[in-house]
Design a protein around this ligand. Structure first.
Ligand code: C5P
Length: 217
């Protein structure tokens, strides 16, 4: 039987103003990195598209390193058509500078009111291209109304599941080894995976996807 193919995104993206200054966020990529390892262990042929991160390559078929949201979009567009299971855990930067200068701008010349624009929404773009049988899982990192916002994303981006992360508590979420995770499912309420190390939560998430969605493919 042909192996199922899984595409995972992880990490932040960097949106550069010039050659040394950028907009980003504190995501470490650890959650998605553990998910990619767990997906490979589950027997899925897995590619991890990883934004700037100190992590080594994951133990999956391929780790592709990208910098910006645009790079991540282009990699994902090239892989999505052959993907059975998409898990987008990347904390993609929401905005980027309209203008990027190739060299380092001198301090005195920095534009103090730079124009920003939205980055492309990778998951929403892929979701519009989805074909029958593909499983799409998104993430929602929120500080308040966590489940409500996650349910909104499930609808807006036409997903099968949103992994809601509460990033309000100290020591959980961004850059930590621990997380708190609740799954929001289409028409099937929520499943609380609880608090714990990201490695364990990644294993639980992949196990849940295998049991709930892959069995019916
Ligand atoms: O940013 P937002 O909270 O809407 O992110 C929800 C989901 O969409 C996450 O799975 C994230 O990886 C994905 N996303 C994306 N491209 C963006 C923003 C978010 O793929 N530009």
């Amino acid at each position: 039987m042909k192996k199922l193919r899984c595409l995972v995104t992880a990490g932040p993206t960097r949106e550069y103003f010039d050659s040394v200054r950028f907009i980003s966020n504190p995501s470490s990529g650890k959650m998605g990195w553990h998910i990619a390892n767990a997906a490979e262990r589950a027997g899925w042929e897995t590619t991890l598209v990883l934004g700037p991160s100190g992590l080594p390559d994951a133990s999956c078929s391929r780790t592709v390193r990208v910098v910006s949201a645009q790079d991540m979009l282009e990699e994902c567009l090239g892989l999505f058509c052959d993907t059975d299971i998409l898990i987008m855990s990347a904390a993609v930067s929401d905005v980027r500078p309209k203008v990027r200068v190739g060299q380092k701008v001198k301090k005195a010349d920095i534009d103090l009111n730079p124009q920003l624009e939205r980055t492309p929404d990778i998951l929403a773009t892929l979701s519009q291209m989805r074909r029958a049988g593909q499983i799409l899982v998104g993430f929602a990192a929120e500080t308040h109304n966590v489940l409500e916002y996650a349910a909104g994303k499930l609808e807006q981006k036409n997903l099968d599941c949103v992994v809601a992360n509460d990033v309000s508590a100290a020591g959980l979420g961004f850059a930590s080894d621990y997380n708190r995770v609740c799954l929001v499912l289409r028409g099937a309420g929520t499943v609380d995976l609880g608090n714990g190390p990201k490695e364990i939560l990644a294993e639980k998430l992949v196990g849940f996807i295998a049991e709930r969605f892959v069995k019916n493919l």
